[in-house]
Design a protein around this ligand. Structure first.
Ligand code: OOG
Ligand code: MG
Length: 263
């Protein structure tokens, strides 16, 4: 049974306030008896609040496209969320983690849309560039635990993203080595093959799944294909790099913690 509009609006407000205040909430969406489709309705209402504050959509993200992530989160369905300009992190640039709840970081591959994408459009004619990327996720739920409708409603834990240098899509993307480094140490490693066998499949899934909710990728938008490895906690005062063989490096640096405790 679908949630009523006022329930959807109320849940979107809870999630929005949790993110703004940097405080975790219980799994209120599944507790309300929501389905995955209800989750997408809450996500749309949550993003409408952000856009009303002046944020602008910059793209979409795929989630749980790799087994490593499905296993880590205990949810085994591919999901998608929305990106805004407020989530953009300049490549190599600073991120203040003080206002976040329990941030994690994961290595990804990003696609740049060369045109408005219609259902059935293929990767080759739609994607004009590819880049290594880092995604910063921060579930608004306590202990980073959620069910499928919860995480969909929470915009698939989206919090920030940094994109490395764009380049023309290479001939092969299916099996590029990926590593995640924090403070110069390799903390996770894997392959782009972990992303649905080939990250290009994440593009097809994004087009298909978003269309179900009337959403299409636009020219100039970014699509994050999903993490190639499990996510790791993001510490303050650290340099983080995602290195994808053949694509290059995306990086960010977190600001040092100020005088003991959250500001
Ligand atoms: C959900 C978001 C998953 C990915 O790349 O798989 C995701 C989460 O793990 O909190 O962004
Ligand atoms: Mg991700």
């Amino acid at each position: 049974m679908a949630l009523h509009d006022d329930e959807v609006a109320g849940l979107a407000a809870r999630l929005d306030e949790a993110a703004l205040g940097g405080t975790a909430i219980p799994q209120v969406v599944s507790a309300a008896g929501a389905s995955a489709d209800d989750g997408y309705a809450v996500q749309a209402a949550l993003l409408a609040r952000r856009l009303a504050r002046g944020e602008r959509l910059t793209g979409l993200k795929m989630g749980l496209t790799s087994r490593a992530k499905m296993a880590q989160m205990g949810v085994d369905e591919v999901i998608w969320g929305r990106l805004t300009d407020a989530m953009e992190i300049t490549d190599g640039g600073p991120v203040d983690v003080a206002g976040l709840i329990h941030p994690r970081v994961e290595p990804e591959v990003a696609f740049l849309m060369g045109r408005d994408v219609a259902e059935g459009d293929d990767f080759a004619s739609s994607v004009e560039a590819v880049a290594p990327a880092l995604e910063l996720i921060d579930s608004r739920y306590a202990d980073f635990r959620f069910s499928l409708p919860d995480v969909i409603a929470d915009n698939t834990s989206a919090s920030g993203y940094a994109i490395g240098p764009w380049r023309q899509p290479p001939a092969g993307l299916a099996d590029l080595a990926v590593r995640l480094e924090i403070g110069g140490e390799v903390v996770e490693s894997g392959s782009t093959a972990a992303i649905l066998g080939d990250p290009r499949n994440a593009f097809d899934e994004a087009v298909r799944l978003a269309a179900r909710h009337g959403v299409r990728l636009r020219k100039g938008w970014v699509l994050l294909a999903g993490a190639a490895t499990a996510a790791v906690p993001l510490p303050a005062g650290a340099v983080v790099r995602a290195v994808v063989d053949g694509l290059g490096t995306a990086s960010l640096r977190t600001l040092p913690e100020e005088g003991g405790g959250r500001g």
